[in-house]
Design a protein around this ligand. Structure first.
Ligand SMILES: Cc1cc2nc3c(=O)[nH]c(=O)nc-3n(C[C@H](O)[C@H](O)[C@H](O)COP(=O)(O)OP(=O)(O)OC[C@H]3O[C@@H](n4cnc5c(N)ncnc54)[C@H](O)[C@@H]3O)c2cc1C
Length: 645
């Protein structure tokens, strides 16, 4: 049986052509406007209150639209964005070290291994400078230098310092900024907030996204909500791997439900594996912890020169240590991009030179930085991260090098959107990690926060007007066929999950699914492994629907039921990820196909065959999806073999 079929190409018709420097300005000028009095007549649903959704809801309400905002946490400020640690990029060039909008654009296109759109990335770099001004005006306490100016540090894949940060809590501070802007609009009556509500279906009427079906997670009540446009800001799907650095609740349901209703899913196989996470410590674990990439500014990565050297790190003399990133990539050293650092760590561990339990770890050593800068300077920059590490491992990183290993961290794939951030379903907009738009096959550090806030504060509030100018659209009736069907689909699914009454927990299925994905669709993929994964995922999915045990009822707070629904969607997504990874018979960024590598083990792209976005259409559970290609053109940054040596 064919695993996929070929469809017509898809094009981003919203993107202007002409000189890249003025594309965004021209799009904004060309887009229709909605006058302030008319905005009050238009309603927008925003699903998600992380950096992307929180900033979008606040800004759209500030502009005068009526907004209804949803999240499944008990408060909008508990969105996963709160966990972001290291920083946010912006091309301010405060350091006067050669940075510019063009350089941020260049680094990001190259960092994404030439699999992102030039127009989007250029706009991201342009808007990055506004984000910092916006957040400073909100009172976000970015770190400052002695003289009072905003401080910067470096992240992987760049040779300039352009990352703004608030110790290791940048996401928290940025989210508090967006959250207070959102709360202001809630208090003003412009945003209606629905916390502890989960979107379980998208409602599409006459070809337009017009609403959602939600479940009240406390009472179990199912309701519908209608609007003139729907914005998904529902985050990434890294938890398909079970173990990841994402918050436990992160899931794909909102995006997947939209995909099932016709929204294309782009590049699902592009997963970011982050090189600096605390290694897994045992089978009891339900999540992994990130150690921010900012630590690679001062920490040096090494393993013993000899395989099987089990001495304590302090007993291994300098000459018997291999600072392999500095050795292999002298220009970027410890600050190579994440995909490169992750693979290098895997390679040294595969050679038997890994450290710690099971040999799945490498050292991140601060001894030099402490000797050079003093312990208090290191503490001031990274104190909370060191404390977190010590609390989890019981080892003091000021004295003993940290042990780190790559882990799933971010998903570059997501719902397909055009330059306006609109999906192929009119009226459905997708922002932040939930879309696929700006990072290509690999995301450079500190770029997700930049993208989420660019989308929410600046891009969407300009582009959505163009769509809404044709509104308000005809009122949707609860008895509309599409509404009745969407609601029934949600109710039937809940009934099905509760009625299986089998003998295996949801988590046991999720853990097994994650294991398959990590093994065959993780850091390294092969054709044989991916084919095997597809058949394993399929049979596990069938077993899930006959053996899962979901205790409790649907009319109460029931976290097993919530998780079961999310895992059911992860099963379908997992299969698509493997199909996408299988069809892309090249290596690029986070997608490393073992059959396609250079003689020195680097990712080998095949631009002649794969320089496109793979946008997949859903045709039914277990049915072959349809591949629509969007060709990528590079007029400014010409694809070349990435070299960080
Ligand atoms: C540990 C960690 C550290 C990181 N550090 C950095 C960093 O330093 N710099 C950087 O640039 N990036 C960093 N990232 C990545 C970055 O944090 C995320 O990509 C980004 O915060 C995602 O923001 P978002 O608004 O798109 O989604 P999220 O913050 O994940 O928000 C998703 C929202 O959608 C809601 N939602 C989801 N599904 C539903 C549903 N079905 N119904 C109702 N609501 C729903 C949730 O309730 C939530 O409000 C880090 C990631 C991790 C895991």
């Amino acid at each position: 049986m064919n695993l996929w079929t070929e469809g017509d190409p898809v094009a981003d018709t919203a993107a202007p052509d002409g000189p890249i420097e003025t594309r965004w300005e021209r799009r904004q000028f060309g887009a229709k406007l909605v006058n302030p009095a008319n905005r009050r007549k238009l309603t927008i649903i925003v699903v998600g209150t992380g950096l992307a959704g929180g900033s979008a809801a606040a800004t759209l309400a500030e502009a005068g639209y009526r907004v209804r905002s949803y999240c499944y946490q008990d408060s909008p400020r508990r969105a996963h964005s709160i966990a972001a640690q290291g920083g946010i990029n912006a091309a301010k060039n405060y350091r006067n070290d050669g940075d510019s909008v063009y350089r941020l654009f260049y680094d990001t296109v190259k960092g994404g291994d030439f699999r992102a759109r030039e127009s989007n990335v250029y706009r991201l770099a342009q808007v990055s400078v506004n984000i910092i001004d916006q957040c400073v005006a909100q009172g976000v306490p970015f770190a400052r230098e002695y003289g009072g100016l905003l401080d910067n540090r470096s992240f992987g894949g760049t040779q300039v310092s352009r990352t703004f940060y608030a110790r290791g809590q940048t996401g928290q501070q940025l989210l508090l900024g967006a959250y207070q802007a959102l709360e202001r609009q809630i208090a003003a009556g412009n945003v209606e907030m629905h916390a502890r509500h989960e979107m379980l279906e998208l409602i599409v009427v006459d070809g337009r996204a017009r609403g959602i079906v939600v479940r009240d997670l406390v009472t179990g009540e199912i309701t519908t909500d209608f609007a003139d446009a729907v914005v998904l800001a529902s985050g990434g799907y890294g938890n398909v791997f079970f173990l990841s650095t994402n918050a436990k609740g992160c899931n794909v349901t909102a995006s997947w439900r939209a995909h099932r209703q016709g929204a294309l899913f782009a590049n699902p196989c592009y997963t970011q594996i982050h090189p600096t996470c605390i290694p897994e410590s045992g089978t009891h674990q339900s999540k992994l912890t990130l150690m921010s990439e900012s630590l690679r500014n001062d920490g040096r990565v090494w393993v013993p020169v000899e395989a099987g050297d089990h001495r304590a790190p302090a007993d291994i003399p300098e000459a018997e240590r291999d600072y392999y990133l500095e050795r292999i990539y002298p220009s970027f050293g410890n600050l190579v991009p994440r995909d490169i650092a992750s693979r290098a760590a895997k390679n040294v561990c595969d050679e038997g030179r890994g450290v710690g339990p099971g040999g799945l770890g490498v050292y991140l050593d601060f001894a030099d930085a402490i000797a050079r800068l003093g312990r208090s300077a290191v503490e001031a920059k990274y104190g909370n991260l060191f404390e977190m590490y010590e609390r989890i491992t019981g080892e003091d990183p000021y004295v003993t090098p940290m042990r780190i290993y790559p882990a799933v961290h971010y998903t570059m794939g997501g719902l397909w959107v055009d330059y306006d951030l609109q999906s192929n379903l009119p009226g459905l907009f997708v922002v932040g990690e939930a879309n696929f738009s700006d990072h290509g096959a690999n995301r450079l550090g500190a770029s997700a926060l930049m993208q989420g806030l660019a989308d929410g504060y600046f891009v969407l509030p300009n582009t959505i007007n163009d769509y809404l100018a044709a509104g308000p659209f005809p009122a949707v009736s609860s008895s509309d066929e599409a509404v009745v069907a969407a609601r029934a689909a949600v109710e039937n699914r809940i009934t099905s999950l509760l009625s299986v009454n089998g003998d295996r927990t949801v988590d046991s299925f999720h853990r097994e699914l994650g294991h398959i994905m990590w093994e065959y669709c993780g850091m390294e993929r092969t054709e044989e492994g991916l084919r095997k994964a597809i058949s394993l995922v399929r049979s596990l999915r069938e077993e899930f629907w006959t053996r899962v045990k979901v205790p409790g009822t649907g009319e109460q707070l029931n976290q097993n039921l919530e998780r079961a629904g999310r895992v059911a969607d992860f099963f379908e997504l997992a299969e698509l990820m493997c199909v996408d990874a299988l069809h892309r018979a090249e290596s690029c960024g986070g997608h490393f196909r073992a059959e396609s590598q250079t003689p020195d083990g680097e990712a080998l792209r095949h631009d002649d065959q794969f320089s496109y976005v793979a946008a997949w259409e859903f045709t039914g559970t277990g049915e072959p999806p349809v591949l629509h290609r969007e060709t990528l053109e590079f007029q400014y940054v010409h694809p070349s073999q990435r070299s960080y040596k």
